[in-house]
Each structure stands twice: as C-alpha cells, then as structure tokens.
Design a protein around this ligand. Structure first.
Ligand code: NAD
Length: 464
C-alpha cells in the first residue's frame, strides 16, 4: 500500500504465532481510499442494476468455490472451529445472493397529489460513498452484510476491518475484483490506528454514510463524529441478550437452543445469550442438563477435528472473562462446569456454567463475549419481563415457552429488535437484523437492508 507506515502482525489466537505481516495504513492512505471511492461513485451509480446484480451473483458463486479457503482463513485469524467458519461462509455468502436479487427491485412511486394539481414522483437514489468499520468476531459476514447492499444500491465503499482479523476482508475484496467489480468501487484499509485513520474519513464532506458494527462505547463516539457532517449512520452495536425459559417450556428444545445461543462462535457473538433467566421450578433441571453437555465439549485449535470451543480472541478477553466469573462466584454463584482460563499457548477459557447468579453481578450487566453461561431465576412472568428488559441493550431475546399466548405477549413486551421464540439462532440474510435502545440504529439484511443505502427523493411535476 503506497505511503503506508510499515506493517503489523496478524496472530493466530490458538497458538499466539504470527500468521503474516500486512500493511499498516496511515490517515493519508485512508483519504486516498476515499478519493478512489468518490471517483468511482458516479459511474457505479449509473451502472445498470442488472449488471450490479450479476457481479454480486458471481461473487456469491466464487465464494462457494473458495469456501474452504475462506473458512480456513477465518479459523486461523479468529480461532472459531472450522465447522462454524464454514457456517459463516454460508451465512455471509447469502447476503451476496440476497442483495444480487434486491439490486433489480429498487422501486419508486408515481401518482397524483391529493389536490390533483401535480404529479408526485418518489425515487430511490444511492446515498453515495460509504465508510464501513467492522469487528473481528464474524470477519466475513460483517463485511458482506454491509458491502452487498451498498453495491446493490449503487454506492461505493471504503471498508476498515478489525486489526485483529483483516485477512478475510482482504481476500473478500480480491474476490469481488475477480467477480468483475470495477476498480475503486470497494477499497479496503488495514490499520492499527483505527481512530486516527477513521476520523478524517468521517469528517470528509464527500462521505455520505457511516456504517459500524462493534461495541456500544465506540459506536457512541462514531455517532458523535458523524453528527458533525450530519452523516447517515447505521450502528450494529453490543448486545446483552436475555434467554428466558418458562416453566411450560420444552426443556429439550431449551437446552439445544441454549447451547447454540451461548456457545456458537466461542460465545463471542453480539447475539450470544448473555443472561439465562429461568423459572425457579425448572432452573435446577435446566442447569444440570446444560452442565452435562458443556462438560463434554471439546476445546482446542479450530482446525482440529470435532473441536467445539476455540480460543478467545486475545489475552484481554481472557482476563475480562475471569473477572466476570470471579465476581459472580464471590457474590454467591455456583460453578457447575469449567470456570477458569486454560494455560497457553493460545488464549483459551473453559466452557463454563454458573448458576444462582445474584442480582447486581457484573456478568448480568456486561457483555460476556466468552463461553460462559450464567443462570439466574424468576418466579412469575412479570418478573421475567422486568429482568429481561433491565439493560440498556436491546438486540435480541430468546424465549422458550409452549404457550402461544405467552409467546405472543413476549414478542410485544421484550424490548429487543429481534427475538427467537423456541429457537437459539435467528440470523438470516432475508431478515432485518438490528437492535433497539443502545444496541444500535438501522437494519441489515431483509427488504430493509438496501434502504440503509438509498435516499428518498420527491419530485413534484405540475399537472398539465
Ligand atoms: P470494537 O468496538 O472494539 O471494534 C470494532 C471496530 O471498530 C474495529 O474495526 C476497531 O478497529 C474499530 N475501532 C475501535 N475504536 C475505534 C475508534 N475510536 N474509531 C474508529 N474505529 C474504531 O468491537 P470489537 O471488539 O471488534 O467487536 C465486538 C463488539 O461488536 C461487541 O460489542 C459485539 O456485540 C459487537 N457486535 C455487534 C454486532 C451487531 O450486529 N449488533 C455484530 C458483531 C459484533
């Protein structure tokens, strides 16, 4: 990368080894990437939707051909088990296919005004050059979930992946080029100086949109920076998902759902169930069944056969997790499985179950982001709702009940942007993903996803 300030290492969290050194971009490199996106914007917006669609579809096909390479790359730089990395290739790829289909369905409206004196033309136009900042936990899907709808809508892009997992984005941008995407339409910058490289891009009056996936504290800072230029923003921020198990739940379903909602991605998902809120009549049975399953989980390097729990992303994650578990135990929780960090090499933490978590424990208010399942109890529905909503986050909730009326009441009463009713994983490219409260603004995927990259224009034409 011209003008770069040297290189930085990318590590394998399972071994601590350096995988490769890559370019460390400067603020000047960032602005050059924006220059390229701005230069390509008019032509890309004027490219026929069918052609934009075809490129996305070719990218989807190429990703299927290269699925094993992408899966391995993600396992190496992020640590997730290979089977889950393959799952992410499928999930991440679906955004390419879905938005290749949406690219040709961008519609407007035309009609008379109520007075009959004019024609109203409502059109949807590309927002313009976009800047994306993505996290390390889903290196492919967090990129495709933003890039695919932007390209479908006719927007150009600068993307800055997390410095911990930049390799997947670099490989994906190469794939887009191989699929026929013209130069300058998507530009990637890798840097260890996220703040100083991002700030000038966000402050640049040529930028039209900022989309961020990451933690709530960083999201708040970025919203403040974006306010200066009144930029459009999409924010996919942190979660603290409640997982509510009623006494009328099918416990087999609840246990399966809990394993998926908690331990997928080594517990490092914004949608990970964070607080298990279980009716006191079934809590002991539920906890015992979960503990039995968790004790038999295989921990190891994601590339090894049968591994279900890989390493956490770094040392800091291990020490945060230790502190959360220790705090809960000091306040009276019991450890039913695991409970401690595993000695290196690599940054591993035992899959853990703790029960009897007392109100006020840090683990109930903070995002755990580790394979630690924490169980608290409730006595009646109102208490369950109060506990579930007792957080500034509102991304997703999980509810297990066999009662239809109760399930529907929960849809209305739980303050989250998404809900799994008797299921532990909700993500789908055809569904609008996003949160309420401090979990963010905007939706990715679904029919809604492309509208994050379109602006509505109203034109009045007098009736003749
Ligand atoms: P993070 O906020 O630390 O970093 C996210 C990205 O922001 C990275 O690319 C990082 O380099 C960059 N960054 C950090 N500080 C910055 C700054 N001051 N200016 C500009 N860029 C900056 O988050 P993370 O640890 O990478 O990811 C985990 C978080 O992401 C969790 O809170 C998780 O819930 C959230 N997440 C949310 C979703 C969602 O869709 N809601 C999806 C995945 C992850």
């Amino acid at each position: 990368m011209p003008g770069g300030a040297g290189t930085f290492p990318v590590y394998d969290p399972a071994t601590g080894d350096v995988l490769v050194e890559i370019a460390d971009a400067t603020p000047e490199d960032g602005i050059r990437a924006l220059d390229a996106a701005v230069a390509a914007q008019a032509e890309w917006a004027a490219t026929p939707p069918r052609k934009r669609s075809d490129i996305l579809r070719r990218a989807f096909d190429l990703l299927q051909e290269r699925a094993d390479e992408f899966a391995l790359l993600m396992t190496l730089e992020m640590g997730k088990p290979l089977a889950e990395a393959r799952g992410e290739v499928t999930y991440g790829g679906e955004f390419l296919r879905w938005f290749s289909e949406e690219a040709v369905r961008i519609a407007g409206r035309y009609g008379s005004n109520p007075e009959g004196t004019g024609r109203m033309l409502i059109s949807q136009l590309p927002v313009g050059p976009c800047f994306f900042i993505t996290p390390w936990n889903f290196p492919l899907a967090m990129a495709t979930r933003k890039i695919a709808p932007a390209l479908a809508a006719g927007c150009t892009v600068v993307v800055k992946p997390a410095e911990l997992t930049p390799l997947t984005t670099l490989a994906f941008v190469q794939l887009l080029e191989d699929a026929g995407l013209p130069a300058g339409v998507v530009n990637v910058i890798t840097t260890t100086h996220s703040q100083s490289v991002s700030a000038p891009i966000i402050a640049d009056p040529r930028l039209r949109k900022l989309s961020f996936t990451g933690s709530t504290p960083v999201g708040k800072k970025l919203i403040a920076q974006a306010a200066e230029g009144v930029l459009r923003v999409s924010m996919e921020l942190g979660g603290n998902a409640p997982f509510v198990v009623f006494d009328d739940a099918d416990l087999d379903k609840a246990v399966d759902g809990a394993m998926a909602a908690k331990f997928r991605n080594i517990g490092q998902a914004c949608t990970a169930a964070n607080r298990f809120i279980v009716h006191e009549a079934v809590a002991e049975d539920f906890a015992a069944r979960i503990a039995e399953r968790v004790k038999s989980m295989k921990v190891g390097r994601g590339t090894e056969d049968g591994v279900q729990i890989g390493p956490l992303i770094d040392e800091k994650a291990v020490s945060n997790t230790t502190a959360l578990v220790d705090d809960a135990v000091e306040r009276g929780a019991s450890v039913l499985a695991g409970g401690a960090a595993i000695e290196g090499p690599g940054t591993f933490f035992e899959p853990t179950v703790i029960s009897g978590v007392a109100p006020g424990s840090d683990i109930l208010s903070q995002e755990i982001f580790a394979p630690v399942l924490a169980i608290a109890t409730f006595a009646d529905e109102d208490e369950a709702v109060r506990l579930a909503n007792d957080t500034e986050y509102g991304l997703v909730s999980y509810v297990f009940t066999e009662g239809l009326e109760r399930g529907l009441r929960m849809v209305e009463r739980l303050e989250t942007g998404m809900m799994g009713l008797n299921v532990g994983v909700v993500s789908n490219a055809a569904a609008p993903f996003g949160g309420v409260k401090q979990s963010g603004v905007g939706r990715e995927g679904g029919l809604e996803g492309i509208h994050e990259y379109l602006s509505t224009k109203y034109t009045l034409i007098p009736a003749s």
